[in-house]
Design a protein around this ligand. Sequence first.
Ligand SMILES: Nc1ncnc2c1ncn2[C@@H]1O[C@H](COP(=O)(O)OP(=O)(O)OP(=O)(O)O)[C@@H](O)[C@H]1O
Ligand SMILES: [Mg+2]
Length: 538
Amino acid sequence: MIHVSNVSLVFSDKKLFEDVNIKFLPGNCYGIIGANGAGKSTFLKLLSKEKEPTKGDIIVEKNKRIATLKQDQNAYDELTAIEVVIMGHQRLFEIMKSKEYYYNLETLSEKEGYELANLEVEFAELDGWEAEYNAEKLLNGLNVPQSDFYQKMADIVPKQKVKVLLAQALFGTPDILLLDEPTNNLDYEAIRWLEDFLIDYEHTVITVSHDRHFLNNVCTHMVDIDYFQAKLYQGNYDFWLESSQLIQRLMNDRNKKKEERIEELKAFIARFSANLSKSRQATSRKKSLEKIELENIVPSLRKYPFIGFDIDKPLGKDVLDVSNLSYKIDDKMGFENVSFTINRGDKVAIVGDNDLLKQNLLAILAGEKEPLSGIVKWGQTIKTNYFSSDIDKYFENFDLNLIDWLRQFSNEQAESYIRGFLGRMLFSGDQPLKSVEYLSGGEKMRLLYSKLMLSNANTLIIDSPTIHLDLEAIQAVNNGLEAFNGAIIMFTHDHKLIDTVCNKIIEIGDLGAYSFNGTLDEYIDHVKKKDVKSVLYK
Ligand SMILES: Nc1ncnc2c1ncn2[C@@H]1O[C@H](COP(=O)(O)OP(=O)(O)OP(=O)(O)O)[C@@H](O)[C@H]1O
Ligand SMILES: [Mg+2]
């Protein structure tokens, strides 16, 4: 159990939490939600004691082991993937290293022999003999190629490193598992595997996420971070959302009969509980929703940012002509024979089985990576702007405040002009004066959108446009890209975004590209009838 007792946290310029009280119990999976910058990541850091509260206590039950998902992909360059996974259980890893040390000695003193014997006992108690097997099982579940298991982390591609770090957090069945946006950068299969793993997990899971589908599948409780508080609700995300909207209507309907609304709400809860108990959530650890108190549900006051793009120069007829492009990833052939054309009016989603191919293709189009061979020919009128999903790189070595950071990309230097673009993305008052160093993931993305709007480009190349963003911001991105009058080339896992924005699909595989004029749903139907896969993939 973790007990958060009267916790407050204040930064020099900002209050994040005030008198938060909440208990996390075993057997439950808590989904932490809240707007970008509300304090979710910071809250997890308080729970793991990486950060100290200004006031109050975080009490963790004795002898309970907490595991967190590490964010730094380059922290373990010299270790193999299996070692990194086993390191998730720190004590076990220490024992393994000490054992190795003793066994490598020529002779052992009596004392050393005794210590080694003790280590062996503890090792067996911690299931040490199974450690390697268990680590491999996790990596297999996450679809990490077996050839990577005993590779040094430095030699493993980022896509797989993320999974190794996830396996590290899950390894050795921690009593309390803290995950910060675990589905970011994971492929579809790995997300499904993680969901199943968490549904069956018997201990406490506390996970931050903006992914509704994930939250609905795994969570027994929601913790909403809003107004400096962390409020606990029973049920999954949809339940929280629908019931809070109903309450909102109830509050708006002062003149109508309140009782009617209350009956409606009760009926909703009854219906929802019945459905839920039939779903796969109804594993033994999931509790019924019957005890939900109406008074406990309050609506949120989240704000929507505004995304809209102006264009300097309208698009001419020709946008992009790509012919015979090939590219190598880590000395191996990434893709070859990629050719396609994009014309005025096209909004393109790049799809395919391998995320790395799609992301590298976008980087090549943006001129940030060199192809092995082939031609990328942009039309005369085209002015592009790009950002990649590796957003941290745009903020490295920058000890600038938000205004000065954005000013670097603007011809017009006046503060009021820059502030206009920040304001659209909900940075107002003193916020633009703080250093970009402290921005949360979602805030960094909002700032990148300010930069994108400021560019007045007529062609946007975007790798993962909704990553890190909260649901309100995702809606704003969706609206902005739908209304945009230029060309778009993007890669995203957000099915709804593709289906509402894009009118052209280009699938890319290692053997080439396949273009289709139509929506994503139409394309999915199309490939059921026509065998595209065997042409595109080895
Ligand atoms: N050391 C610090 N000094 C000042 N402000 C800080 C500091 N650390 C974090 N912040 C601010 O605290 C707020 C909360 O940050 P946090 O990373 O917890 O947000 P979050 O809810 O995880 O957001 P996201 O959904 O974007 O990941 C942000 O506005 C951030 O800029
Ligand atoms: Mg965060």
